[in-house]
Design a protein around this ligand. Structure first.
Ligand code: FAD
Ligand code: SF4
Length: 516
Protein backbone atom coordinates (compact mmCIF):
# COMPACT_ATOMS: atom_id res chain seq x y z
CA UNK A 1 0.00 0.00 0.00
CA UNK A 2 1.33 3.42 -1.01
CA UNK A 3 1.91 5.79 1.93
CA UNK A 4 1.90 9.58 1.77
CA UNK A 5 2.29 12.53 4.11
CA UNK A 6 -1.06 13.99 3.07
CA UNK A 7 -4.01 12.68 1.11
CA UNK A 8 -6.49 15.26 -0.15
CA UNK A 9 -9.84 13.88 -1.30
CA UNK A 10 -11.55 16.16 -3.83
CA UNK A 11 -9.89 18.89 -5.91
CA UNK A 12 -12.42 21.75 -5.89
CA UNK A 13 -12.29 25.11 -4.15
CA UNK A 14 -11.24 23.52 -0.85
CA UNK A 15 -9.05 20.61 -1.96
CA UNK A 16 -7.45 22.23 -5.02
CA UNK A 17 -6.49 25.34 -3.06
CA UNK A 18 -4.99 23.28 -0.25
CA UNK A 19 -2.97 21.22 -2.73
CA UNK A 20 -1.36 24.35 -4.17
CA UNK A 21 -0.57 25.68 -0.69
CA UNK A 22 1.05 22.47 0.55
CA UNK A 23 2.86 21.54 -2.67
CA UNK A 24 6.03 23.64 -2.18
CA UNK A 25 6.64 21.95 1.20
CA UNK A 26 8.08 18.88 -0.54
CA UNK A 27 5.73 16.61 1.42
CA UNK A 28 4.41 13.59 -0.44
CA UNK A 29 0.88 14.58 -1.36
CA UNK A 30 -1.76 12.45 -3.07
CA UNK A 31 -4.86 14.03 -4.62
CA UNK A 32 -7.79 11.69 -5.11
CA UNK A 33 -10.47 12.99 -7.46
CA UNK A 34 -13.53 10.99 -8.43
CA UNK A 35 -13.91 12.89 -11.72
CA UNK A 36 -11.65 13.27 -14.72
CA UNK A 37 -10.12 16.35 -16.33
CA UNK A 38 -12.93 18.36 -17.86
CA UNK A 39 -12.42 17.97 -21.62
CA UNK A 40 -11.50 21.11 -23.54
CA UNK A 41 -13.93 21.03 -26.44
CA UNK A 42 -16.18 23.45 -28.31
CA UNK A 43 -19.12 22.17 -26.27
CA UNK A 44 -17.61 24.03 -23.26
CA UNK A 45 -19.13 27.19 -24.72
CA UNK A 46 -22.35 25.77 -26.20
CA UNK A 47 -25.48 26.87 -24.34
CA UNK A 48 -27.31 23.91 -25.85
CA UNK A 49 -24.75 21.41 -24.52
CA UNK A 50 -24.26 23.07 -21.16
CA UNK A 51 -27.69 24.42 -20.24
CA UNK A 52 -30.09 22.18 -22.15
CA UNK A 53 -28.29 18.84 -22.34
CA UNK A 54 -26.52 19.12 -18.95
CA UNK A 55 -23.31 17.84 -20.51
CA UNK A 56 -21.14 18.51 -17.46
CA UNK A 57 -23.62 17.65 -14.71
CA UNK A 58 -23.01 14.41 -12.85
CA UNK A 59 -25.44 11.59 -13.64
CA UNK A 60 -25.88 11.01 -9.88
CA UNK A 61 -29.36 10.39 -8.56
CA UNK A 62 -30.15 11.76 -5.13
CA UNK A 63 -33.45 11.53 -3.26
CA UNK A 64 -35.49 14.06 -1.34
CA UNK A 65 -37.00 13.35 2.07
CA UNK A 66 -40.07 11.88 0.41
CA UNK A 67 -37.99 9.45 -1.64
CA UNK A 68 -38.41 11.39 -4.89
CA UNK A 69 -35.33 11.01 -7.13
CA UNK A 70 -33.64 14.03 -8.68
CA UNK A 71 -30.46 14.83 -10.56
CA UNK A 72 -28.40 17.22 -8.43
CA UNK A 73 -26.53 20.09 -10.06
CA UNK A 74 -23.10 18.75 -9.08
CA UNK A 75 -19.96 18.49 -11.19
CA UNK A 76 -17.30 15.84 -10.76
CA UNK A 77 -14.11 17.07 -12.40
CA UNK A 78 -10.61 18.10 -11.47
CA UNK A 79 -11.43 21.54 -10.03
CA UNK A 80 -14.88 20.45 -8.81
CA UNK A 81 -17.76 22.90 -9.04
CA UNK A 82 -15.37 25.76 -9.77
CA UNK A 83 -15.02 24.44 -13.34
CA UNK A 84 -18.57 25.67 -13.94
CA UNK A 85 -18.82 28.46 -11.42
CA UNK A 86 -19.45 32.14 -12.03
CA UNK A 87 -16.22 33.10 -10.22
CA UNK A 88 -17.95 35.87 -8.23
CA UNK A 89 -15.35 35.81 -5.47
CA UNK A 90 -16.80 37.64 -2.49
CA UNK A 91 -15.58 37.77 1.08
CA UNK A 92 -18.18 37.16 3.75
CA UNK A 93 -19.02 40.35 5.62
CA UNK A 94 -17.23 40.91 8.93
CA UNK A 95 -20.62 40.66 10.69
CA UNK A 96 -21.25 37.24 9.14
CA UNK A 97 -18.59 35.83 11.47
CA UNK A 98 -20.62 36.89 14.51
CA UNK A 99 -24.11 35.87 15.52
CA UNK A 100 -26.72 37.62 13.36
CA UNK A 101 -30.43 37.79 14.03
CA UNK A 102 -32.55 36.91 11.01
CA UNK A 103 -36.30 36.90 10.51
CA UNK A 104 -36.36 33.12 10.89
CA UNK A 105 -33.83 32.81 13.70
CA UNK A 106 -30.15 33.02 14.41
CA UNK A 107 -27.27 32.75 12.02
CA UNK A 108 -24.63 31.35 14.39
CA UNK A 109 -21.16 32.80 14.93
CA UNK A 110 -18.06 31.22 13.44
CA UNK A 111 -15.39 29.97 15.85
CA UNK A 112 -12.92 32.33 14.20
CA UNK A 113 -13.27 36.05 13.61
CA UNK A 114 -13.17 37.82 10.29
CA UNK A 115 -9.81 39.28 11.30
CA UNK A 116 -8.32 35.81 11.66
CA UNK A 117 -9.39 34.88 8.14
CA UNK A 118 -8.56 38.25 6.56
CA UNK A 119 -4.91 37.49 5.60
CA UNK A 120 -6.09 34.32 3.92
CA UNK A 121 -8.82 36.15 2.02
CA UNK A 122 -6.08 38.43 0.74
CA UNK A 123 -3.93 35.46 -0.30
CA UNK A 124 -6.90 33.69 -1.90
CA UNK A 125 -7.72 36.85 -3.89
CA UNK A 126 -4.13 36.86 -5.12
CA UNK A 127 -4.08 33.16 -6.03
CA UNK A 128 -7.43 33.44 -7.81
CA UNK A 129 -6.71 36.73 -9.64
CA UNK A 130 -9.68 38.57 -8.21
CA UNK A 131 -10.59 41.86 -9.89
CA UNK A 132 -12.45 44.48 -7.91
CA UNK A 133 -12.50 47.98 -6.45
CA UNK A 134 -12.26 48.55 -2.71
CA UNK A 135 -14.37 51.23 -1.11
CA UNK A 136 -17.49 51.01 -3.28
CA UNK A 137 -19.46 48.31 -1.47
CA UNK A 138 -20.98 49.80 1.70
CA UNK A 139 -20.88 46.44 3.51
CA UNK A 140 -17.34 45.57 2.47
CA UNK A 141 -15.22 44.19 5.31
CA UNK A 142 -11.80 45.70 6.04
CA UNK A 143 -8.92 44.42 3.94
CA UNK A 144 -5.15 44.50 4.33
CA UNK A 145 -4.43 44.86 0.62
CA UNK A 146 -6.06 46.21 -2.50
CA UNK A 147 -7.61 43.80 -4.97
CA UNK A 148 -4.73 42.30 -6.96
CA UNK A 149 -6.37 43.36 -10.24
CA UNK A 150 -8.51 46.36 -11.24
CA UNK A 151 -12.27 45.99 -11.40
CA UNK A 152 -13.67 44.51 -14.60
CA UNK A 153 -15.30 47.39 -16.45
CA UNK A 154 -19.04 47.44 -17.03
CA UNK A 155 -20.24 47.08 -20.59
CA UNK A 156 -22.47 49.98 -21.73
CA UNK A 157 -25.87 48.63 -20.63
CA UNK A 158 -24.55 47.61 -17.22
CA UNK A 159 -22.75 50.94 -16.84
CA UNK A 160 -26.09 52.59 -17.54
CA UNK A 161 -27.70 50.38 -14.91
CA UNK A 162 -24.98 51.36 -12.43
CA UNK A 163 -25.49 55.04 -13.25
CA UNK A 164 -29.27 54.74 -12.96
CA UNK A 165 -28.98 52.95 -9.62
CA UNK A 166 -26.56 55.56 -8.30
CA UNK A 167 -28.82 58.39 -9.50
CA UNK A 168 -31.71 56.75 -7.64
CA UNK A 169 -29.63 56.79 -4.43
CA UNK A 170 -28.37 53.19 -4.39
CA UNK A 171 -24.73 52.16 -4.05
CA UNK A 172 -23.91 49.64 -6.80
CA UNK A 173 -20.30 48.41 -6.86
CA UNK A 174 -17.98 46.59 -9.19
CA UNK A 175 -18.39 42.94 -8.28
CA UNK A 176 -15.29 40.87 -7.42
CA UNK A 177 -14.62 38.68 -10.48
CA UNK A 178 -12.16 35.79 -10.82
CA UNK A 179 -11.33 35.98 -14.50
CA UNK A 180 -7.87 36.47 -16.00
CA UNK A 181 -8.81 39.51 -18.06
CA UNK A 182 -6.25 42.19 -18.87
CA UNK A 183 -8.22 45.10 -20.25
CA UNK A 184 -5.07 47.20 -20.51
CA UNK A 185 -3.46 44.75 -22.92
CA UNK A 186 -6.17 42.83 -24.80
CA UNK A 187 -3.89 41.01 -27.26
CA UNK A 188 -2.14 39.37 -24.31
CA UNK A 189 -5.20 38.82 -22.12
CA UNK A 190 -5.92 35.15 -21.38
CA UNK A 191 -9.61 35.95 -20.95
CA UNK A 192 -11.44 37.10 -24.08
CA UNK A 193 -14.47 38.43 -22.16
CA UNK A 194 -17.14 36.19 -23.63
CA UNK A 195 -20.83 35.56 -22.90
CA UNK A 196 -20.35 31.91 -21.94
CA UNK A 197 -18.71 32.15 -18.52
CA UNK A 198 -21.15 31.83 -15.63
CA UNK A 199 -22.27 28.20 -15.52
CA UNK A 200 -19.95 27.20 -18.40
CA UNK A 201 -16.41 25.77 -18.30
CA UNK A 202 -13.80 28.13 -19.74
CA UNK A 203 -12.40 26.71 -22.97
CA UNK A 204 -9.29 28.90 -22.81
CA UNK A 205 -8.55 28.26 -19.11
CA UNK A 206 -8.93 31.94 -18.24
CA UNK A 207 -11.43 31.47 -15.43
CA UNK A 208 -9.91 31.41 -11.96
CA UNK A 209 -10.95 27.88 -11.13
CA UNK A 210 -9.38 25.33 -8.83
CA UNK A 211 -8.05 23.20 -11.67
CA UNK A 212 -6.19 26.04 -13.36
CA UNK A 213 -5.04 27.88 -10.22
CA UNK A 214 -5.05 25.08 -7.64
CA UNK A 215 -4.32 21.64 -9.05
CA UNK A 216 -2.16 22.54 -12.05
CA UNK A 217 0.28 24.71 -10.03
CA UNK A 218 0.40 21.94 -7.39
CA UNK A 219 1.29 19.34 -10.02
CA UNK A 220 4.35 21.36 -11.03
CA UNK A 221 5.88 19.90 -7.87
CA UNK A 222 7.22 16.36 -8.23
CA UNK A 223 6.04 15.48 -4.74
CA UNK A 224 2.36 15.85 -5.74
CA UNK A 225 0.45 13.01 -7.40
CA UNK A 226 -3.07 13.20 -8.79
CA UNK A 227 -5.26 10.18 -9.39
CA UNK A 228 -8.39 10.92 -11.41
CA UNK A 229 -11.45 8.68 -11.61
CA UNK A 230 -10.57 7.74 -8.05
CA UNK A 231 -13.74 7.76 -5.99
CA UNK A 232 -13.12 7.39 -2.29
CA UNK A 233 -15.65 4.93 -0.94
CA UNK A 234 -14.63 4.71 2.71
CA UNK A 235 -12.15 5.78 5.34
CA UNK A 236 -10.95 3.01 7.66
CA UNK A 237 -9.53 3.69 11.10
CA UNK A 238 -7.27 2.02 13.62
CA UNK A 239 -8.86 -0.25 16.22
CA UNK A 240 -9.27 2.60 18.71
CA UNK A 241 -11.00 4.74 16.07
CA UNK A 242 -8.59 7.60 16.72
CA UNK A 243 -6.92 7.86 13.30
CA UNK A 244 -7.71 7.17 9.66
CA UNK A 245 -5.37 4.40 8.57
CA UNK A 246 -6.62 3.60 5.07
CA UNK A 247 -8.38 5.49 2.32
CA UNK A 248 -10.36 2.99 0.27
CA UNK A 249 -10.79 3.96 -3.38
CA UNK A 250 -12.97 2.60 -6.20
CA UNK A 251 -10.88 2.95 -9.32
CA UNK A 252 -11.10 1.30 -12.70
CA UNK A 253 -13.46 -1.34 -11.40
CA UNK A 254 -11.20 -2.36 -8.53
CA UNK A 255 -10.41 -1.35 -4.98
CA UNK A 256 -7.18 0.48 -4.13
CA UNK A 257 -5.96 1.52 -0.69
CA UNK A 258 -3.75 4.40 0.36
CA UNK A 259 -2.52 5.73 3.67
CA UNK A 260 -1.16 9.03 4.92
CA UNK A 261 -0.20 10.80 8.12
CA UNK A 262 -2.96 13.33 7.43
CA UNK A 263 -6.18 12.78 5.49
CA UNK A 264 -8.15 15.80 4.27
CA UNK A 265 -11.69 15.47 2.97
CA UNK A 266 -12.91 18.10 0.48
CA UNK A 267 -15.65 16.39 -1.50
CA UNK A 268 -18.21 19.23 -1.34
CA UNK A 269 -20.76 19.47 1.45
CA UNK A 270 -23.08 16.62 0.46
CA UNK A 271 -20.37 14.17 -0.57
CA UNK A 272 -18.17 14.93 2.42
CA UNK A 273 -21.11 14.05 4.67
CA UNK A 274 -21.79 10.97 2.59
CA UNK A 275 -18.18 9.78 2.89
CA UNK A 276 -18.09 10.27 6.66
CA UNK A 277 -21.47 8.62 7.16
CA UNK A 278 -20.47 5.71 4.89
CA UNK A 279 -17.33 5.16 6.95
CA UNK A 280 -19.16 4.08 10.10
CA UNK A 281 -17.38 1.40 12.09
CA UNK A 282 -17.49 -0.14 15.56
CA UNK A 283 -15.90 2.91 17.19
CA UNK A 284 -17.90 5.35 15.11
CA UNK A 285 -21.28 3.63 14.80
CA UNK A 286 -23.11 6.75 13.50
CA UNK A 287 -20.48 7.62 10.95
CA UNK A 288 -16.89 8.74 11.19
CA UNK A 289 -16.33 11.72 13.50
CA UNK A 290 -20.05 11.77 14.24
CA UNK A 291 -20.29 11.35 18.00
CA UNK A 292 -22.02 14.74 18.02
CA UNK A 293 -24.63 13.53 15.48
CA UNK A 294 -23.87 16.69 13.49
CA UNK A 295 -22.44 15.08 10.33
CA UNK A 296 -24.82 15.78 7.46
CA UNK A 297 -26.90 18.26 9.46
CA UNK A 298 -27.23 22.03 8.98
CA UNK A 299 -27.15 21.74 5.18
CA UNK A 300 -27.49 25.20 3.62
CA UNK A 301 -27.49 26.39 0.03
CA UNK A 302 -28.72 30.02 -0.14
CA UNK A 303 -32.26 31.12 -0.78
CA UNK A 304 -31.62 32.25 -4.30
CA UNK A 305 -33.84 33.75 -6.93
CA UNK A 306 -32.71 34.29 -10.50
CA UNK A 307 -34.80 36.89 -12.27
CA UNK A 308 -34.58 38.83 -15.45
CA UNK A 309 -35.83 42.33 -16.07
CA UNK A 310 -36.77 43.31 -19.58
CA UNK A 311 -34.95 46.45 -20.57
CA UNK A 312 -36.69 48.78 -23.05
CA UNK A 313 -33.51 48.88 -25.05
CA UNK A 314 -31.47 45.85 -26.06
CA UNK A 315 -28.88 44.53 -23.65
CA UNK A 316 -25.90 43.53 -25.77
CA UNK A 317 -23.67 42.78 -22.79
CA UNK A 318 -21.39 39.75 -23.13
CA UNK A 319 -19.85 39.46 -19.65
CA UNK A 320 -22.59 40.64 -17.31
CA UNK A 321 -21.32 39.73 -13.84
CA UNK A 322 -19.62 43.05 -13.16
CA UNK A 323 -22.16 44.68 -10.83
CA UNK A 324 -23.27 43.97 -7.28
CA UNK A 325 -25.57 45.64 -4.77
CA UNK A 326 -25.45 45.09 -1.02
CA UNK A 327 -27.66 48.00 0.09
CA UNK A 328 -30.19 45.57 1.58
CA UNK A 329 -27.68 43.03 2.91
CA UNK A 330 -28.42 43.83 6.56
CA UNK A 331 -32.04 44.96 6.17
CA UNK A 332 -34.26 47.86 5.21
CA UNK A 333 -35.65 50.83 7.10
CA UNK A 334 -38.92 48.93 7.57
CA UNK A 335 -37.39 45.47 8.04
CA UNK A 336 -34.71 45.03 10.67
CA UNK A 337 -33.46 41.64 9.50
CA UNK A 338 -30.89 40.87 6.80
CA UNK A 339 -32.20 40.50 3.24
CA UNK A 340 -29.14 39.59 1.24
CA UNK A 341 -27.06 40.27 -1.84
CA UNK A 342 -28.03 41.28 -5.37
CA UNK A 343 -25.68 40.55 -8.25
CA UNK A 344 -25.78 39.84 -11.92
CA UNK A 345 -25.88 36.34 -13.35
CA UNK A 346 -24.53 35.31 -16.76
CA UNK A 347 -26.36 36.83 -19.72
CA UNK A 348 -29.37 34.72 -20.65
CA UNK A 349 -29.96 33.27 -24.10
CA UNK A 350 -33.02 31.64 -25.64
CA UNK A 351 -31.61 28.08 -25.34
CA UNK A 352 -31.00 28.72 -21.63
CA UNK A 353 -34.67 29.62 -21.16
CA UNK A 354 -35.66 26.41 -22.86
CA UNK A 355 -33.20 24.49 -20.68
CA UNK A 356 -34.52 26.09 -17.54
CA UNK A 357 -38.18 25.72 -18.56
CA UNK A 358 -39.32 29.06 -17.20
CA UNK A 359 -42.91 28.80 -16.11
CA UNK A 360 -43.27 32.54 -16.29
CA UNK A 361 -42.47 33.17 -19.95
CA UNK A 362 -46.21 33.00 -20.41
CA UNK A 363 -46.39 36.31 -18.55
CA UNK A 364 -44.90 37.96 -21.61
CA UNK A 365 -46.56 36.17 -24.51
CA UNK A 366 -45.79 38.86 -27.01
CA UNK A 367 -42.08 38.33 -26.53
CA UNK A 368 -40.39 35.50 -28.36
CA UNK A 369 -37.68 33.82 -26.32
CA UNK A 370 -35.05 35.27 -28.66
CA UNK A 371 -36.38 38.79 -28.32
CA UNK A 372 -36.72 38.35 -24.60
CA UNK A 373 -33.08 37.27 -24.35
CA UNK A 374 -31.94 40.32 -26.33
CA UNK A 375 -33.65 42.63 -23.84
CA UNK A 376 -32.97 40.66 -20.66
CA UNK A 377 -30.88 41.96 -17.79
CA UNK A 378 -30.31 39.06 -15.44
CA UNK A 379 -30.09 39.31 -11.67
CA UNK A 380 -29.26 36.83 -8.93
CA UNK A 381 -30.73 37.50 -5.49
CA UNK A 382 -29.35 35.59 -2.51
CA UNK A 383 -30.76 35.51 0.98
CA UNK A 384 -29.01 33.67 3.79
CA UNK A 385 -30.22 30.14 4.42
CA UNK A 386 -30.11 29.34 8.13
CA UNK A 387 -28.58 26.11 9.45
CA UNK A 388 -31.27 23.75 10.68
CA UNK A 389 -30.51 20.33 12.17
CA UNK A 390 -33.29 18.74 10.14
CA UNK A 391 -31.96 20.08 6.85
CA UNK A 392 -29.57 17.25 6.35
CA UNK A 393 -27.79 14.73 4.21
CA UNK A 394 -28.22 11.07 5.04
CA UNK A 395 -27.27 7.95 3.10
CA UNK A 396 -29.84 5.31 2.19
CA UNK A 397 -29.34 1.54 2.23
CA UNK A 398 -28.07 1.61 -1.37
CA UNK A 399 -25.47 4.26 -0.59
CA UNK A 400 -27.41 7.13 -2.21
CA UNK A 401 -27.50 10.69 -0.90
CA UNK A 402 -30.84 11.64 0.65
CA UNK A 403 -31.32 15.39 1.02
CA UNK A 404 -33.99 16.46 3.48
CA UNK A 405 -34.57 20.15 3.17
CA UNK A 406 -37.15 22.77 4.11
CA UNK A 407 -36.51 26.35 3.05
CA UNK A 408 -35.65 28.93 5.68
CA UNK A 409 -35.89 32.72 5.73
CA UNK A 410 -38.64 32.91 3.12
CA UNK A 411 -39.94 36.26 4.40
CA UNK A 412 -36.53 37.88 3.86
CA UNK A 413 -36.28 36.26 0.43
CA UNK A 414 -39.73 37.60 -0.48
CA UNK A 415 -38.85 41.08 0.72
CA UNK A 416 -35.59 41.14 -1.19
CA UNK A 417 -37.46 40.18 -4.34
CA UNK A 418 -40.09 42.86 -3.68
CA UNK A 419 -37.42 45.47 -3.05
CA UNK A 420 -35.54 44.64 -6.26
CA UNK A 421 -38.78 44.66 -8.22
CA UNK A 422 -39.75 48.11 -6.97
CA UNK A 423 -36.19 49.38 -7.42
CA UNK A 424 -36.04 48.24 -11.04
CA UNK A 425 -39.47 49.72 -11.61
CA UNK A 426 -37.85 53.10 -10.93
CA UNK A 427 -35.33 52.49 -13.72
CA UNK A 428 -35.65 52.12 -17.46
CA UNK A 429 -37.23 48.66 -17.44
CA UNK A 430 -40.52 47.29 -18.63
CA UNK A 431 -42.68 47.53 -15.52
CA UNK A 432 -44.18 44.30 -14.28
CA UNK A 433 -41.87 42.09 -16.32
CA UNK A 434 -39.61 40.59 -13.68
CA UNK A 435 -39.40 37.01 -14.84
CA UNK A 436 -38.14 34.08 -12.82
CA UNK A 437 -35.30 32.00 -14.14
CA UNK A 438 -33.94 28.72 -12.93
CA UNK A 439 -30.32 29.57 -13.62
CA UNK A 440 -27.91 26.89 -12.31
CA UNK A 441 -30.83 24.68 -11.46
CA UNK A 442 -31.78 23.55 -14.93
CA UNK A 443 -35.02 22.21 -13.59
CA UNK A 444 -37.64 23.42 -11.18
CA UNK A 445 -36.80 21.19 -8.21
CA UNK A 446 -35.22 23.75 -5.87
CA UNK A 447 -33.06 21.32 -3.91
CA UNK A 448 -31.42 20.10 -7.13
CA UNK A 449 -29.80 23.52 -7.42
CA UNK A 450 -27.10 22.69 -4.93
CA UNK A 451 -24.37 24.91 -6.40
CA UNK A 452 -23.88 26.70 -3.06
CA UNK A 453 -24.19 23.67 -0.80
CA UNK A 454 -22.51 24.08 2.60
CA UNK A 455 -22.62 23.23 6.25
CA UNK A 456 -22.72 19.46 6.80
CA UNK A 457 -19.59 19.17 8.98
CA UNK A 458 -19.32 22.47 10.76
CA UNK A 459 -16.34 23.55 12.75
CA UNK A 460 -16.60 24.89 16.28
CA UNK A 461 -15.23 24.79 19.78
CA UNK A 462 -17.89 22.52 21.28
CA UNK A 463 -17.41 18.83 20.36
CA UNK A 464 -21.06 18.17 21.17
CA UNK A 465 -22.30 20.74 18.67
CA UNK A 466 -19.73 20.55 15.88
CA UNK A 467 -17.81 17.97 13.86
CA UNK A 468 -14.48 19.76 13.55
CA UNK A 469 -12.31 21.83 15.83
CA UNK A 470 -11.03 25.32 15.06
CA UNK A 471 -8.30 23.90 12.79
CA UNK A 472 -10.98 21.93 10.93
CA UNK A 473 -9.62 18.67 12.40
CA UNK A 474 -12.26 16.16 13.42
CA UNK A 475 -12.80 16.42 17.19
CA UNK A 476 -12.70 12.64 17.43
CA UNK A 477 -9.76 11.74 15.20
CA UNK A 478 -6.13 12.82 15.29
CA UNK A 479 -5.44 13.00 11.56
CA UNK A 480 -8.72 13.72 9.78
CA UNK A 481 -9.43 17.22 8.40
CA UNK A 482 -12.15 18.79 6.25
CA UNK A 483 -11.60 21.93 4.13
CA UNK A 484 -14.58 22.38 1.82
CA UNK A 485 -17.81 24.36 2.29
CA UNK A 486 -19.14 21.71 4.66
CA UNK A 487 -17.19 23.36 7.48
CA UNK A 488 -19.32 26.57 7.30
CA UNK A 489 -21.31 27.19 10.52
CA UNK A 490 -23.34 29.76 8.54
CA UNK A 491 -23.30 30.71 4.88
CA UNK A 492 -23.92 34.47 4.79
CA UNK A 493 -25.58 35.79 1.66
CA UNK A 494 -22.61 36.10 -0.67
CA UNK A 495 -21.12 33.36 -2.83
CA UNK A 496 -19.14 30.80 -0.84
CA UNK A 497 -16.08 29.81 -2.90
CA UNK A 498 -13.59 32.49 -1.80
CA UNK A 499 -14.36 31.72 1.85
CA UNK A 500 -13.73 28.00 1.24
CA UNK A 501 -10.45 28.88 -0.50
CA UNK A 502 -9.36 31.26 2.28
CA UNK A 503 -10.21 28.77 5.01
CA UNK A 504 -8.34 26.09 3.14
CA UNK A 505 -5.23 28.29 3.12
CA UNK A 506 -5.68 28.88 6.85
CA UNK A 507 -5.92 25.16 7.56
CA UNK A 508 -3.01 24.68 5.16
CA UNK A 509 -0.77 26.84 7.36
CA UNK A 510 -1.77 24.74 10.36
CA UNK A 511 -0.91 21.57 8.43
CA UNK A 512 2.46 22.96 7.33
CA UNK A 513 3.29 23.56 10.99
CA UNK A 514 2.05 20.13 11.99
CA UNK A 515 4.06 18.37 9.27
CA UNK A 516 7.25 20.40 9.72
C1 FAD B 1 -22.93 26.66 -11.83
C2 FAD B 1 -22.26 27.11 -10.56
C3 FAD B 1 -22.00 28.46 -10.38
C4 FAD B 1 -21.37 28.89 -9.21
N1 FAD B 1 -21.01 30.20 -9.10
C5 FAD B 1 -20.30 30.61 -8.02
C6 FAD B 1 -19.78 31.92 -7.95
O1 FAD B 1 -19.94 32.73 -8.86
N2 FAD B 1 -19.08 32.28 -6.83
C7 FAD B 1 -18.86 31.40 -5.80
O2 FAD B 1 -18.25 31.77 -4.81
N3 FAD B 1 -19.34 30.15 -5.86
C8 FAD B 1 -20.02 29.72 -6.95
N4 FAD B 1 -20.45 28.43 -7.03
C9 FAD B 1 -20.22 27.55 -5.88
C10 FAD B 1 -18.76 27.09 -5.80
O3 FAD B 1 -18.36 26.50 -7.01
C11 FAD B 1 -18.67 26.10 -4.65
O4 FAD B 1 -19.07 26.77 -3.45
C12 FAD B 1 -17.26 25.56 -4.42
O5 FAD B 1 -16.72 25.01 -5.59
C13 FAD B 1 -17.32 24.53 -3.32
O6 FAD B 1 -16.04 24.04 -3.08
P1 FAD B 1 -15.85 22.62 -2.39
O7 FAD B 1 -14.40 22.40 -2.27
O8 FAD B 1 -16.72 22.58 -1.19
O9 FAD B 1 -16.51 21.57 -3.42
P2 FAD B 1 -16.24 21.31 -4.95
O10 FAD B 1 -15.61 22.50 -5.58
O11 FAD B 1 -17.50 20.83 -5.56
O12 FAD B 1 -15.19 20.14 -4.95
C14 FAD B 1 -15.51 18.86 -4.49
C15 FAD B 1 -14.66 17.86 -5.27
O13 FAD B 1 -14.70 16.60 -4.63
C16 FAD B 1 -14.82 15.59 -5.62
N5 FAD B 1 -15.41 14.42 -4.96
C17 FAD B 1 -16.67 14.31 -4.46
N6 FAD B 1 -16.83 13.11 -3.87
C18 FAD B 1 -15.65 12.46 -3.98
C19 FAD B 1 -15.19 11.17 -3.57
N7 FAD B 1 -15.98 10.33 -2.89
N8 FAD B 1 -13.91 10.81 -3.88
C20 FAD B 1 -13.09 11.66 -4.57
N9 FAD B 1 -13.49 12.89 -4.98
C21 FAD B 1 -14.74 13.29 -4.68
C22 FAD B 1 -15.68 16.23 -6.68
O14 FAD B 1 -15.59 15.59 -7.92
C23 FAD B 1 -15.13 17.65 -6.70
O15 FAD B 1 -14.03 17.76 -7.56
C24 FAD B 1 -21.07 27.96 -8.19
C25 FAD B 1 -21.33 26.60 -8.39
C26 FAD B 1 -21.92 26.18 -9.56
C27 FAD B 1 -22.20 24.71 -9.73
S1 SF4 C 1 -15.28 35.44 -19.86
FE1 SF4 C 1 -13.09 34.92 -19.83
S2 SF4 C 1 -12.89 33.49 -18.12
FE2 SF4 C 1 -15.05 33.56 -18.65
S3 SF4 C 1 -15.36 31.84 -20.07
FE3 SF4 C 1 -14.96 33.72 -21.31
S4 SF4 C 1 -12.75 33.68 -21.67
FE4 SF4 C 1 -13.16 32.27 -19.99
Amino acid sequence: MDAYDVIIIGTGAGGGTLARHLAPSGKRILLLERGDWLPRELANWSDQDVFVDNRYVSPDTWYDAGGKPFQPGVHYYVGGATKLYGAALYRLRKEDFGELKHHDGISPAWPISYDELEPYYTLAEQHYHVHGARGEDPTEPPSSAPYPHPAVSHEPRIQQLADDLAAAGYRPFHAPCGIMLDESNPPFSTCIRCATCDGFPCLVHAKSDAEVLGVRPALEHANVTLLTNAKVARLDTNGEGTAVTEVVVDREGGEERFSADVVVVACGAANTAKLLLSSANEKHPNGLANGSDQVGRNYMFHDSTAVLALSREENLTAYQKTLGLNDFYFGLDDFEYPLGNVQMVGKSTAPMFRGERPRDTKLAPEWTLERMARHAIDFWLSTEDLPRPDNRVTVDGDGNVVLSYTETNLEAKKRLYGKVKSMLGELDMNPGHLIHRFAYMKNDIPIAGCAHQAGTARFGTDPDASVLDVNCKAHELDNLYVVDTSVFPSIGAVNPALTAMANSLRVGDHLLERLA
